[in-house]
Design a protein around this ligand. Structure first.
Ligand code: SF4
Ligand code: SF4
Length: 463
């Protein structure tokens, strides 16, 4: 049966049930009709959609979701709960936007729809999310304390304890164990230096954006990024800053995202140099602060200036050079390295060449330094397909997230890679969890900057 018919039938069923149980969130005029009308239902985006590939359901595809949002907009009524679920199950990876030959701006559709959909959620759920976005994530000291607790939990073998509870069917233990399995080994927190540089000529100044999750769970990657920037002759500064607001924004809590954006703009306005970030998820929203604050005339100019300064770490490093003495010591231990393109880097920021350029440069440097290639860059099929992490998607939709991850891990296995590098904390967490659960040859997962830092021998024991 043609997939569209399946969708029509399913949709008719949903309509008939008239699950119009939400009290608010009417969509009339909420979404620019032009954006929705741009979709010609050709379906060419379907093979790029991880949730469609994992479920085979039209309602979990971009075409289906656009159709549902359009129906909602046309109806002028509150959205039905089934419809909200279908939109919620979208990773927001934007693979469809890249694939669409008609230029459908799926991100804008989603951004305009989400606040209305969020209003239909139970108040208690929203209050918890809002507390998390507004009070927990921006409080870096609290996050560091929480990461310390997680370290203790891991040290005490909490995972094994949870698995025992899950086996005896202790309430919720199974669900918590699934979520806990995503957690990486939590590193000991080491603060980034407020200002640092290497001995020698100073080429310029860089402002480093640390990110909240990166800071608490992937501190070593941030330290590696700072060392790499310093090795290129820059003075690196780490200003007092706050959470980027991406998670709040993607959950439809736009007011919180705007507050956080203003906090960061204020924090960096008087500081000199580009704003460099090693978390693709943060970078994507930092580059959209001008759109987020488009209707706030007092902030427009400052937001535009801020956005013009933001660079992903791969963009910055690939535009500058490592000194000869650093390049001469290039070594890579893993025989086969693959690159997974984080959605927020490839699809949202359109940053594709810089990570490749850095990896190819490393390959050349290793050849030059040792006289022979010590590692191979292996192609990863569907490298730009989402891994299923997508912010907190793996927490909210663990089953679908695992199905998407399974497809990604199968591709990684096919590639034969011993090491996968990427540029986003969510991907690091998701892929590492996938690697732990994949039988056969061990697969290591690292941030691209950790590979470069290690390869160029920049880490010192006290760093
Ligand atoms: S989003 Fe683009 S590719 Fe997908 S169905 Fe619509 S027009 Fe076709
Ligand atoms: S954003 Fe990703 S998951 Fe959502 S519809 Fe597009 S391709 Fe599918």
């Amino acid at each position: 049966m043609f997939a569209w018919q399946t969708f029509e039938q399913e949709e008719a069923m949903v309509e008939n049930k008239a699950m119009n149980d939400a009290q608010s969130g009417q969509a009339k005029g909420l979404i620019d009709q032009e954006l929705l009308d741009a979709c010609i239902h050709c379906g060419l985006c379907l093979p790029a959609c991880p949730t469609y590939l994992a479920t085979g359901r039209e309602t979990e595809s971009p075409r289906g979701r656009i159709y549902l949002i359009n129906q909602w907009q046309q109806s002028g009524r509150a959205p039905q709960s089934r419809m909200v679920e279908h939109i919620d199950s979208c990773l927001g990876c934007l693979g469809c936007q890249t694939a669409c030959p008609s230029g459908v701006q799926y991100e804008k559709i989603l951004d305009q729809a989400r606040p209305g959909l969020t209003k239909t959620k139970p108040m208690w759920k929203r209050q918890i999310s809002r507390f998390l976005f507004a009070k927990v994530l921006p409080d870096y000291n609290l996050l560091r304390r929480l990461s310390r607790l997680l370290r203790i939990w891991q040290h005490l073998k909490g995972r094994a304890f949870l698995e025992v509870l899950a086996k005896i069917k202790f309430p919720f233990a199974g669900k918590v164990a699934v979520l806990e399995a995503f957690l990486p080994p939590v590193p000991q927190f080491q603060p980034l230096p407020k200002q640092s540089w290497n001995v020698g000529k100073k080429e310029g100044k860089v402002q480093f954006f640390s990110g909240c999750v990166m800071d608490a769970l992937y501190g070593p990657a941030n330290h590696a990024a700072v060392r790499l920037i310093r090795a290129q002759g820059q003075v690196v500064e780490v200003a007092e800053q706050t959470c980027c607001g991406a998670l709040a924004y993607h959950a439809g809590e736009v007011d919180i995202a705007k507050q956080l954006a203003k906090g960061n703009i204020a924090a960096f306005t008087d500081k000199e140099g580009p704003i460099v970030v090693a978390s693709a998820g943060c970078g994507a929203i930092l580059k959209e602060y001008d759109q987020l604050l488009a209707k706030e005339s007092d902030w427009q100019q400052k937001a535009k200036q801020f956005v013009s300064r933001v660079q992903d770490i791969s963009e910055f490093l690939s535009e500058h050079v490592f000194p000869e003495h650093v390049r001469r010591r290039a070594r890579v231990a893993a025989p086969k390295v693959a690159y997974h393109a984080a959605c927020h880097l490839a699809h949202a920021q359109h940053v594709r060449r810089p990570p490749e350029k850095l990896l190819n440069q490393l390959l050349d440097d290793v050849k030059e330094a040792s006289g022979k290639p010590s590692f191979a860059l292996v192609p990863l099929i569907d490298a730009e397909h989402c891994c299923g992490s997508a912010g907190i998607f793996n927490i909210l939709h663990p089953e679908l997230s695992l199905a998407v991850l399974k497809a990604k891990m199968a591709r990684i296995k096919e590639s034969g890679a011993d090491l996968v590098v990427t540029g986003n904390p969510g991907c690091l967490m998701q892929l590492a969890a996938g690697a732990r659960q994949t039988p056969g040859k061990p697969i290591q997962v690292m941030h691209l900057v950790e590979l470069l830092d290690e390869a160029y021998g920049l880490a010192k024991p006290d760093d």
